[in-house]
Design a protein around this ligand. Structure first.
Ligand SMILES: NC(=O)c1ccc[n+]([C@@H]2O[C@H](COP(=O)([O-])OP(=O)(O)OC[C@H]3O[C@@H](n4cnc5c(N)ncnc54)[C@H](OP(=O)(O)O)[C@@H]3O)[C@@H](O)[C@H]2O)c1
Length: 201
């Protein structure tokens, strides 16, 4: 009986040590200084659209933290420069362009710049830029339609087309379209946004 008790105590101690080790390992995984080397994007190139705020900002940090060389864009030059300075301090390799993705000419200029920057090769395209106008369907104007569909859907589609030669040249290209649950179920965010997001699924 004493033997069984001591074996059970030993097992409990071993489980406790394993749990502590796992917790310590999990605590080690921090975006700024990746100590978990199981995942690496070292040397891979990425273009993240709309990386100065929200989800795009987090994606830039995640990819750069994993070793990727990242380029991003937004319309606000001051905010873009602030972000680039923060990332530089963190030791990330991130560059940026001021660009309105709703404009075909600016999308083309962005891809040309990325092509020069990454020697014609792109591994990851994250189509993150998106916008929303919430109002009842009967109140949407033609301008609202162009703004939401142009920003969320047309720009993402066009970016995939423009980036295709670079993704192909990398021989390991991936595209991520940032969709939304609003493209799956009815959410009170406006039908135009939902239409644009269901198309990205
Ligand atoms: N937030 C959510 O709860 C949620 C949920 C599901 C899906 N999403 C999707 O996730 C994506 C990001 O959402 P978010 O909430 O993180 O957005 P956010 O905080 O508004 O950030 C959007 C980013 O895109 C840039 N941007 C917007 N319009 C642009 C344009 N025309 N050209 C270039 N850059 C532009 C913004 O910078 P500037 O304004 O300075 O240009 C900013 O960097 C969107 O596609 C959204 O639909 C969001």
């Amino acid at each position: 009986m004493k033997d069984i008790c001591s074996r059970s105590l030993t097992l409990k101690l071993i489980f406790k040590l394993i749990k502590e080790k796992m917790a310590a390992e999990a605590a080690d995984i921090d975006v700024g200084s990746r100590k978990d080397h199981r995942w690496s994007l070292h040397g891979l190139t990425a273009l993240v659209t709309g990386g100065t705020k929200g989800i795009g900002y987090a994606v830039v940090e995640e990819l750069a933290g994993l070793g990727a060389i990242v380029h991003t864009c937004s319309r606000d030059e001051e905010q873009l420069n602030e972000c680039l300075s923060k990332w530089k301090l963190k030791g990330f390799t991130v560059t940026g362009s001021v660009c309105n993705l709703k404009s075909k000419a600016e999308r083309e200029k962005l891809i040309n710049h990325v092509s020069l920057l990454f020697s014609g090769k792109l591994n990851i395209l994250i189509n993150n830029v998106g916008t929303v106008i919430t109002k009842p369907t009967e109140e949407f104007t033609g301008e609202d339609f162009s703004h939401i569909i142009g920003t969320n859907l047309e720009s993402a589609y066009s970016m995939c087309q423009l980036a295709f030669p670079l993704l192909k040249a990398s021989t390991a290209g991936s595209i991520v379209l940032v969709s939304s649950v609003a493209g799956v179920v009815a959410v009170d965010v406006g039908t135009l946004y939902s239409m644009s997001k269901v198309s990205e699924r």
